[in-house]
Design a protein around this ligand. Structure first.
Ligand code: ZN
Length: 288
């Protein structure tokens, strides 16, 4: 339903152009679990919550700029990089997706300084509910962003470890019992039922007690620390969830328009279909 603020905003908003970055997803305060989104294109930050219910149009110019070096690239690799950066940067190495394969100790880290700053830092193993129960890992400083990017409606940090690789070992263990992926279609349909994450945590700790004991034997008794946290809830600005999920893709269709019905995870939900904006990082678009 249109509100007064939508009209006000439309009158001051002119089309903006720039290269897409991941949307900013924030919680206004620790007490407020309503997610606030900004679309980021170049230096522009476009508030999205107040545009829900209004028409919106995104037009891709055909240009893509590498989100690391800024050079033009015909194709985007690993969500926003040119091919040379994709092959060279530590953050594009396969060990980022599979932390248990960290090869720093073999002296082959693509950028040891980057690795020390990002991987040799406390990491959290968490349970989240994005399209059902999942396990995941994140750098401590990335909470709650990580969960909001996944469209999780609940999250609970369960363990803290010293390095990214250790978090990978723990995640591997949990993957014997729990998914580590989000079914994005289910997440976007909004039919996800709340879970008792504390009960799930206790159940998994029981099931995996032997495996966790073995990891502590290898990495030191204090390396894998049990957390006693309270589950967090998140509410996304979605007026209408799609009953059938069809996705837009700038590569196939450079102009995307429709009434914005909501934002969840890194997806915009239009009446005409959904788009994962993160997938198009670096794409130069005009927004109006
Ligand atoms: Zn580059």
């Amino acid at each position: 339903m249109p509100r007064v603020t939508d009209d006000l905003f439309a009158s001051v908003a002119s089309p903006v152009q720039g290269c897409l970055q991941k949307m900013a997803a924030d919680l206004p305060s620790r007490q407020d679990d309503r997610v606030v989104y900004h679309l980021r294109a170049g230096d522009h930050r476009i508030p999205l919550n107040e545009r829900i219910g209004s028409p919106m149009r995104l037009a891709w110019s055909g240009a893509i700029a590498c989100s690391h070096c800024g050079r033009a690239t015909k194709k985007s690799f690993a969500q926003g990089y040119c091919y040379p950066c994709f092959k060279r940067l530590a953050q594009c190495d396969t060990c980022i997706m599979k932390p248990e394969t960290c090869h720093y100790h073999q002296g082959t880290c693509r950028d040891p300084e980057w690795g020390e700053k990002h991987c040799f830092q406390p990491h959290i193993v968490y349970l989240a509910n994005s399209s059902g129960l999942k396990v995941g890992i994140t750098r401590k400083t990335q909470m709650p962003t990580r969960w909001l990017d996944q469209g999780a409606i609940q999250a609970l940090p369960i363990l803290e470890v010293n390095t990214r690789q250790q978090s990978g070992f723990v995640e591997m263990l949990f993957k014997e019992q729990v998914a580590d992926r989000t079914n994005w279609r289910a997440m976007l349909k909004g039919e996800v039922k709340p879970l008792d994450l504390c009960a799930e945590r206790d159940r998994l700790f029981n099931l995996l007690a032997d495996g966790l004991g073995q990891l502590r034997d290898v990495h030191g008794a204090d390396a894998i620390r049990t957390l006693d946290e309270t589950p967090l809830d998140f509410h996304y600005p979605v007026a209408t969830f799609p009953s059938k999920v069809t996705s837009h893709n700038f590569d196939k269709q450079p102009l995307i328009e429709g009434t914005l019905q909501g934002v969840k995870g890194q997806y915009l939900i239009f009446d005409s279909g959904v788009i994962n904006l993160r997938k198009f990082t670096g794409y130069e678009i005009a927004v109006e």
